[in-house]
Design a protein around this ligand. Structure first.
Ligand code: NAD
Length: 324
């Protein structure tokens, strides 16, 4: 019988990740507050649970992945009244809990501590290979690679938690991604992710600023992109996720900045980086400037707009002509 895996949060990212698990032969049981998101995954063959607690008590459930928008949603899902840790002692089934949301490292540490205080169902403990643990292992495993990487199964997982659990998670993570980097103890994956997204937020703003200036100086954005990608300005924001409509196929810029990484989520991540920096007294002047741009974008164009929309809505850049 194929392994049964739970998945909570099947939005832009989570739906693609859960579909890859289904395609690899896992049985998947999902939970999301959006009935539309659940219906789409049910059509693809997933089962459904009403609440995180109900999902986490499903007999045979081996592991549970969460992919939620914020620290508050993650806290509610694990620690809330119908959350995973609200179950009575010795009723939780999955021995591996993997949170792939991008959240603050402190929440990840709190969840790891809460997991350590929880007890698994006796069937799980007795059935476990090696020395049985009575508590589930908790990993923070945020990702990089965007919706394209989630769909293609090429995400990079930055993981915090015990090495033994990282090894156990490898089959699942390897199905949804291409690389797993163990960063240290609980919260270390989130710390790495915040640093990565800080660079992404700043570099996207830089690429958008350069391309918008080029356009005003009479340069063709396709040509300028070619120059960037063959020289020192090359980066993911230029060569994989270009912000100019019409330069690349299959990116949010070419579908009216939808179906990607929301400006609101980028604002959230830069805010998390700023909070972390305040705690360790690191200076983040570039992050502060970029955070302001994405806040402006989300306010003017709506929180769901893709973060690369900064090119059009903040810098006033135009699409390239179809025949140029
Ligand atoms: P999304 O908003 O598309 O999806 C979030 C899903 O969670 C939605 O389906 C929503 O209904 C559900 N949800 C919210 N609160 C819930 C709750 N309390 N219980 C159950 N379901 C709940 O977001 P996304 O783009 O898929 O991003 C998810 C996470 O991945 C975020 O933390 C984001 O920062 C991170 N991330 C996103 C990208 C990207 O390119 N979109 C890239 C890397 C990391």
């Amino acid at each position: 019988m194929p392994s049964l895996v739970g998945f909570i949060g099947i939005g832009n990212m989570g739906a693609c990740m859960a579909r890859n698990l289904l395609a690899a032969g896992y049985r998947v049981i999902v939970c999301d507050r959006s009935p539309k998101a659940v219906a789409a995954l049910q059509q693809a063959g997933a089962l459904q649970a009403e609440t995180p607690a109900q999902l986490a008590s499903t007999p045979g459930l081996k592991a549970l992945v969460t992919m939620l928008p914020s620290s508050a949603a993650v806290r509610e899902t694990y620690l809330g009244p119908t959350g995973i840790f609200s179950l009575p002692p010795r009723t939780l089934r999955p021995s591996l809990l993997i949170d792939s949301s991008t959240i603050d490292p402190l929440t990840s540490r709190d969840l790891a501590a809460a997991a350590a205080r929880t007890t698994l169902h006796p069937d799980v403990v007795e059935g476990a290979a090696g020395a049985p643990s009575t508590a589930p292992a908790m990993l923070d495993a945020p990702v990089s690679g965007g919706v394209g990487g989630a769909a293609a199964g090429t995400l990079t997982f930055m993981v915090g938690g015990p090495a033994e659990a990282v090894a156990r998670a490898q089959g699942l993570l390897g199905t949804m991604g291409r690389a797993t980097v163990h960063c240290g103890e609980a919260g270390a994956g989130q710390a790495a992710k915040l640093c990565n997204n800080l660079v992404l937020g700043v570099s996207m703003a830089g690429v958008a600023e350069g391309l918008a200036l080029g356009q005003r100086l009479g340069l063709d954005a396709r040509n300028l992109t070619k120059i960037f990608n063959g020289s020192s300005a090359r980066c993911w924001s230029a060569d994989t996720y270009n912000p100019v409509p019409g330069v690349m196929e299959g990116v949010p810029a070419s579908r009216e900045y939808t179906g990607g990484f929301a400006a609101a989520l980028m604002s959230k991540d830069l805010g998390l980086a700023q909070e972390a920096a305040a705690q360790c007294r690191a200076a983040l002047p570039m992050t502060a400037a970029a955070a302001e741009l994405y806040r402006q974008l989300a306010t003017e164009a709506g929180p769901a707009i893709d973060f690369s929309g900064v090119y059009q809505h903040v810098y006033g850049g135009q699409a390239v002509a179809a025949n140029s």
